[in-house]
Design a protein around this ligand. Structure first.
Ligand SMILES: Nc1ncnc2c1ncn2[C@@H]1O[C@H](COP(=O)(O)OP(=O)(O)OP(=O)(O)O)[C@@H](O)[C@H]1O
Length: 273
């Protein structure tokens, strides 16, 4: 699919709104990367160029109207010296990351830089060859894809995962539905996960990671397949979780959010495939 006309129109709209050339270049480059990765049409992902440009400009104006950030709290996640090799090839080389309560960390880097590997190690799903991970508090993990059971409805997922987090059936359903509403999603009562769209399954994944309000949230590009409105809702939710004292780690390609996070872990120096 040729994204150039849409990207050119976005460039024009951003400049028309007075966005400087450097920032315009960043926003357009990251939109192009996201479109390449997702394979989706720009209209579906971001909407019309003028609408997306306005949303970018609004989000740039955001910090002025947001309440002042609270001081970060105690350390919730400490990864030290994380090293991982696959068949003798070093993917992560002595990577450190510390995230405190009330902070958002963005993990960035090219495709194959080791972002998912790092998150899986932090989640305890994969062992590093060297290094340690300490998590202080409860943990929620949203994988890049997968993570849902084909034949279960959203409510059944809430009950199942909620049980593991100490929530009763009714509470799990209520909590899941409340979280879903933050993403402007009302889960259908009976539809099985396999019949949900890709973006909607990602919403389910994200809600599952949030069940029980864990202290540490590890989110691996959770917005894949989200439309523009949901994408903006997602970042507002992330800021809300931070303001509620959570430690949030987000894998992202989207550089225009980097001024809205507290810590950036750039894995570009690691060996990409
Ligand atoms: N189980 C595995 N066995 C061998 N190599 C692997 C394995 N898992 C990942 N890799 C390799 O490790 C490197 C890092 O992969 P990873 O998925 O962590 O990158 P990433 O930064 O998340 O990429 P993307 O942006 O494409 O999601 C890649 O070169 C990948 O091919």
């Amino acid at each position: 699919m040729n994204h150039e006309p849409w990207l050119a129109a976005l460039t024009g709209e951003l400049r028309r709104h007075g966005v400087g050339p450097d920032l315009t270049g960043h926003v357009v480059a990251e939109a192009a990367t996201h479109l390449l990765d997702s394979g989706e049409s720009p209209l579906r992902v971001f909407g019309a160029p003028e609408t997306y440009a306005r949303a970018v400009v609004d989000s740039l104006g955001g910090p002025d109207v947001r309440p002042p950030r609270r001081q970060p709290g105690p350390v919730r996640l400490a990864a030290r010296g994380i090293t991982k090799r696959y068949r003798g090839r070093t993917v992560l080389d002595r990577v450190d990351l510390t995230v405190r309560a009330g902070q958002i960390a963005a993990v960035v880097g090219a495709n194959g830089a080791g972002k998912s590997t790092f998150l899986r190690i932090c989640a305890g799903l994969l062992s590093p060859d060297a290094g340690t991970v300490e998590v202080h508090g409860t943990l929620g993990y949203c994988p890049q894809d997968g993570g849902t059971a084909e034949f279960l409805s959203a409510d059944e997922h809430f009950v199942l995962i909620g049980a593991g987090r100490g929530l009763g059936r009714a509470e799990a359903r209520r909590t899941g539905r409340a979280e879903a509403s933050g993403l402007a999603w009302t889960p259908p009562r009976r539809t099985q996960a396999r019949h949900l769209s890709g973006g909607t399954r990602q919403k389910l994944n994200l809600v599952l990671a949030r069940l029980g309000e864990p202290d540490v949230l590890l989110l691996d590009e959770p917005y894949q397949g989200f439309d523009r409105g949901t994408y903006l809702d997602f970042w507002h939710e992330v800021w809300r979780w931070r303001d509620a004292g959570k430690a949030v780690v987000v894998v992202t390609h989207l550089l225009n959010q980097l001024d809205r996070v507290d810590v950036v872990l750039d894995l570009s120096g690691e060996r990409a495939a």
